[in-house]
Write a protein that binds this ligand. Structure first.
Ligand code: SF4
Ligand code: SF4
Length: 381
């Protein structure tokens, strides 16, 4: 398919959008909320696509800036009958084919292709976490010969590989659920290549990934990897939180407290875990079983707001990312919760930065906690 054909496929959708005056996508678009410029909304980008179709807008640096100033959060899709995010990704593919990609993004993709890791690291996971007792999984899939038969492969993912505390916490919680996680070689799932429009590189990353990740049923730690393995690889990953929520009757908790009271927390739904995997209730069920007081932000579940760090924005516009994180943290502060809990490393980092700034504004800083460590710290026995 040529670039022109790829864009032409969108004509009906963008004309539908342009002919409507609903604007449902506008109000809670995190980018629009900061920039106050309608061209950044879903409708604004659809209008730009219509301009391309009508020959009034040419692929250019300016057009590339517009399509890369989007966190691909899916919030507009949750409010619209159309799948706008797919269209935006397709536009990024067209831009990359015309050489209009961001340099920072190209560097990321080259790192993945060179090492199988988005940060360009080579980490021997079996050696690093083997001492935790997790049985190794043989490269090429399936338990290594010496591993017990009950081992289930654990795919850690680039974003968690370097976070030993999180991985150890996951291993501890899975063991308490009666599961022995197996750790072996990994190769990036490639979600960054797809999200950033590097179509040919994504195909190559997928091919290399399948040489390493040869199993079908496994446990995943990162919401984005889970989503990609399901949708793009047609595999059967189970996210850690699904496993834990299915095994809650086996787990005993030390109740998280704030002095004499239950700890008051709010849950931030990561876009891939919530809107894309529909894992809305599992984390809430776990938190309630742990005995916290759970309060909701105004925008939650399918209408949750991005932490501000998705879609590749963190490598191209950190200031915008920080402003979006502050907006999310203002919603969290409005709940009166003492802590925001989530389970995505990108969200955690972004929200932590937001909480430092909002803490100064409000005179009281909320903690930002990762659910894996929070569970491991409060497991009894
Ligand atoms: S909600 Fe959908 S149809 Fe309505 S303006 Fe936004 S993108 Fe267009
Ligand atoms: S995906 Fe998110 S950031 Fe991008 S236009 Fe839609 S609501 Fe706005």
């Amino acid at each position: 398919m040529t670039d022109d054909e790829a864009v032409a496929r969108f004509r009906k959708d963008v004309e539908t959008c342009f002919g409507s005056s609903c604007n449902f996508c506008e109000k809670d678009c995190p980018v629009y909320k900061v920039k106050k410029d309608k061209s950044y909304t879903s409708r604004g980008k659809n209008r730009a696509i219509l301009g391309v179709l009508e020959g009034k807008v040419k692929p250019s640096e300016e057009l590339a800036r517009l399509f890369y100033t989007c966190v691909l959060c899916g919030s507009c899709d949750a409010r619209c009958a159309m799948e706008n995010n797919q269209r935006f990704k397709e536009m990024r593919r067209v831009l990359v084919k015309r050489g209009l990609q961001r340099k920072e993004h190209r560097d990321l993709i080259e790192a993945v292709k060179g090492t199988g890791d988005i940060y360009g690291r080579k980490i021997d996971l079996a050696r690093r976490f083997g001492e935790e007792g997790a049985a190794p999984v043989a490269a090429g899939g399936g338990p290594a010969p010496a591993a017990p038969a009950t081992v289930i492969p654990l795919y850690i993912g680039c974003q968690y590989k370097d976070s030993a505390e999180d991985v150890k916490a996951v291993i501890k919680v899975l063991r308490a659920c009666g599961i022995e996680p197996g750790i072996g070689d990994e190769y990036c799932c490639g979600f960054v290549a797809d999200a950033l429009g590097f179509e040919e590189d994504f195909k190559e990353i997928k091919r290399r990934n399948r040489e390493v990740v040869t199993y079908n049923d496994f446990i995943t730690v990162c919401p984005s990897c889970t989503h990609y393995f399901k949708i793009e690889y047609s595999l059967n990953p189970k996210h850690v939180l699904q496993v834990v929520s299915e095994n809650l009757d086996r787990l005993k908790w030390k109740q998280p407290r704030s002095g004499r009271r239950k700890l008051k927390v709010t849950w931030h739904d990561p876009c891939d875990l919530g809107r894309r995997l529909k894992l809305f209730e599992e984390p809430r069920k776990i938190l309630e079983a742990m005995g916290v007081e759970l309060v909701e932000m105004r925008l939650n579940r399918a209408f949750s707001v991005c932490c501000g760090a998705g879609g590749g924005i963190l490598s191209t516009d950190r200031e915008l990312a920080r402003e979006m994180a502050k907006n999310r943290m203002r919603q969290a502060a409005d709940t009166g919760a003492e802590a925001v809990i989530t389970c995505c490393p990108t969200c955690e980092l972004a929200l932590l930065r937001g909480s430092l700034a909002v803490g100064k504004e409000r005179g009281r800083r909320q903690e930002v906690l990762g659910l894996y460590r929070f569970m491991a710290d409060h497991l009894k026995g």
